[in-house]
Ligand binder design. Structure first.
Ligand code: ATP
Length: 344
């Protein structure tokens, strides 16, 4: 089987399971982001893929070959870490050619590849510059080019953009994704930034407590979160308790909600994204609440409503801004299509 496959991978440090029974299949040429809060095990998982740590249990295959115990330098990987670790005493060209030189490539081969990579990262002519005189974004690109010099089978990046300021970081996310698509290289990025993951990945793998909570396309993670952790971690959402009468009719805050049928589940939580909460006149909904705050962010308007002892947030575009004031009683509607019943 091609691609990268992790089967029941566990990593224990003493009695602590940093990664717990993780199975994941990464098809060739796809871009995967490992996403989760600090300490969830992303880096540990990545280090096992890189061969920098041995799993306590489980196996890892790449292109059908079991690489669980293959040393890092024999895995044909390109790696970029947050620190970048460019060699400060070498020029840009020497940095990029480093792995080629170690592998015995001729001077001509090295120069040709360096020129090719520099043009690919939009820095042609930079070969003789000192790496110490580059901007953050340029250093980032050089680190990427250096990792790609040997045409690796797998490209691994651990928080590669976290040292950059917000604007540059967003631009680099798009650039990295475009580069990956052009090269068709299987890529895994560790990040704790959900926007970054949503921007770049074919598959977002959401982790918590050493386990995978959900692995799916960005839009599915957002629209169909598997549980309340994922729903809350990805974007913002309203987590609302519900009960049913056992026949499917659902009640929220003690009122039945027309059109919201929740099967035979007796109680649980639904996730409703703020953009899916509609504010309507009280007569048009059995669900009522009181407006407590309105925040106009220019590009969107957020209305905070207290209903059933909890805060609900509704987001609308400025043009469809609800005509409400603080203290006003309003009706609320959730579209059953976009209300997701979460696993407990
Ligand atoms: P961050 O975003 O903060 O880097 P992470 O999701 O990458 O977090 P890991 O670095 O994989 O998390 O760490 C997962 C857990 O394993 C943490 O609780 C960490 O303290 C623990 N851990 C990691 N490496 C070791 C080690 N060598 N010895 C003991 N515990 C470790």
């Amino acid at each position: 089987m091609s691609g990268l496959t992790l089967s029941h991978v566990t990593k224990e440090f003493g009695t602590f399971k940093a990664v717990n029974n993780v199975s994941l299949s990464v098809p060739d040429g796809t871009f995967v982001c490992l996403l989760g809060p600090s300490g969830c095990g992303k880096t540990t998982l990545m280090r096992m893929v890189a061969g920098l740590d041995l799993p306590t249990e489980g196996s890892i295959t790449l292109g059908g070959e079991d690489i669980t115990r293959v040393p890092t330098h024999k895995r044909n990987l390109g790696m970029v870490f947050q620190s970048l670790a460019l060699f400060p005493h070498l020029t840009v060209g020497e940095n990029i050619a480093y792995a080629l030189r170690i592998r015995g490539a001729s001077k001509d081969e090295q120069k040709k590849r360096v020129d090719e990579l520099l043009s690919m990262i939009h820095l042609p002519g930079f070969s003789d510059r000192s790496v110490n005189k580059l901007s953050g974004g340029q250093r980032q690109r050089i680190a990427i080019a250096r990792a790609l010099a040997i045409s690796p089978k797998l490209f691994l990046l651990d928080e590669p953009l976290s040292a950059l300021d917000a604007k540059l970081r967003e631009a680099m996310q798009v650039e990295l994704r475009q580069l990956q698509q052009r090269l068709g290289i299987t890529t895994i990025v560790v990040t704790h930034d959900q926007r970054e993951a949503m921007t770049m990945a074919d598959t977002v793998v959401v982790m918590n407590g050493g386990e995978i909570r959900q692995a799916a396309a960005p839009v599915d993670i957002y629209r169909r979160p598997a549980d309340s952790f994922v729903a809350d971690f990805i974007g913002s959402t309203n987590l609302i308790p519900f009960t049913t009468d056992g026949k499917g009719e659902a009640s929220v805050f003690g009122s039945s909600v027309a059109g919201l049928t929740l099967g035979t589940t007796r109680s649980g939580t639904i996730s409703v994204r703020p953009e899916d909460v509609q504010i309507v006149p009280p007569a048009e909904s059995s669900l009522a609440g009181k407006v407590t705050f309105v925040r106009d962010l220019g590009g969107s308007v957020e209305t905070f409503i207290e209903a059933g002892g909890q805060q609900i947030v509704a987001v609308s575009a400025p043009r469809s801004r609800p005509d409400v004031t603080v203290g006003q009683t309003v009706g609320l509607r959730f579209d059953p299509e976009t209300s997701v019943v979460l696993a407990r």
